[in-house]
Design a binder for this molecule. Structure first.
Ligand SMILES: [Zn+2]
Length: 224
């Protein structure tokens, strides 16, 4: 399986998707997927945080592929330089700042970046793909009719469709949604927040998505 560069995906051009096959040498900007001891995805961490976790012996085990080697100081006795090999996925012990992974009622914060990614940069009315600057957040039931700003009441819409719909429901505007909006689970949210997601990290996250997640299909379409 191939990885995906989400930072580039929102440029709206299929050709701009950077497909990241693993393994290979990684730059230090590549983020590491941190999981808890049970393997549940927790967050993305940078190499400094990864080094800290290794150093404090909080890494219980690793998955995925070796990302990079970090070189430490030279040991005075042995004369050897300490080398830390960091993997793309690290399972850690101890507390985390993200309790969301264990709560079934967890609702990730809603913002346009993750919303557009949830909907694969497709307008949920005309079905066309657009760059971020041409997309907007549409409230299916508009505020003026009691709609609220929650994942299940918002979809990605191009400006044209959003203008056409105006302050009406899809029924009133005689416009049809091409997919039902959903609240991402914690694992889905971690994926949507990713920057450059490596193949092994993506495979790992996909395995933690609900089987019925629309993201399975959307990611396949992204990659094809
Ligand atoms: Zn549209």
């Amino acid at each position: 399986m191939l990885g995906i560069d989400l930072d580039r995906a929102d440029l709206g051009n299929q050709d701009d998707l950077r497909i990241v096959a693993s393994p290979g040498t990684r730059s230090l900007s590549q983020l590491v997927l941190r999981t808890d001891i049970a393997g549940m995805p927790l967050e993305w961490i940078d190499y400094k945080e990864a080094a800290r976790l290794y150093h404090q012996e909080q890494v219980a085990y690793t998955c995925g592929s070796p990302l990079y080697k970090l070189y430490g100081g030279v040991n005075a006795e042995s004369g050897l330089r300490t080398v830390l090999e960091v993997n793309s996925i690290v399972a850690t012990v101890g507390h985390t700042g993200n309790p969301g992974n264990t709560r079934h009622d967890y609702v990730p914060p809603l913002n346009n970046q993750t919303l557009f990614r949830r909907d694969a940069f497709l307008c949920m009315y005309c079905g066309m793909r657009f760059p971020t600057r041409e997309l907007s957040r549409d409230h299916i039931r508009p505020f003026s009719q009691g709609g609220v700003d929650i994942w299940t009441n918002v979809v990605t819409a191009c400006r044209r469709c959003n203008n056409q719909k105006a302050s009406r429901t899809p029924e009133q505007a005689k416009m049809q949604l091409i997919a039902v909006p959903f609240t991402p689970t914690y694992a889905e949210y971690i994926f949507l927040k990713g920057r450059r997601v490596l193949a092994d990290q993506m495979e790992y996250l996909l395995a933690h998505f609900p089987r019925t997640s629309p993201l399975h299909d959307r990611i396949q379409r992204w990659l094809s």
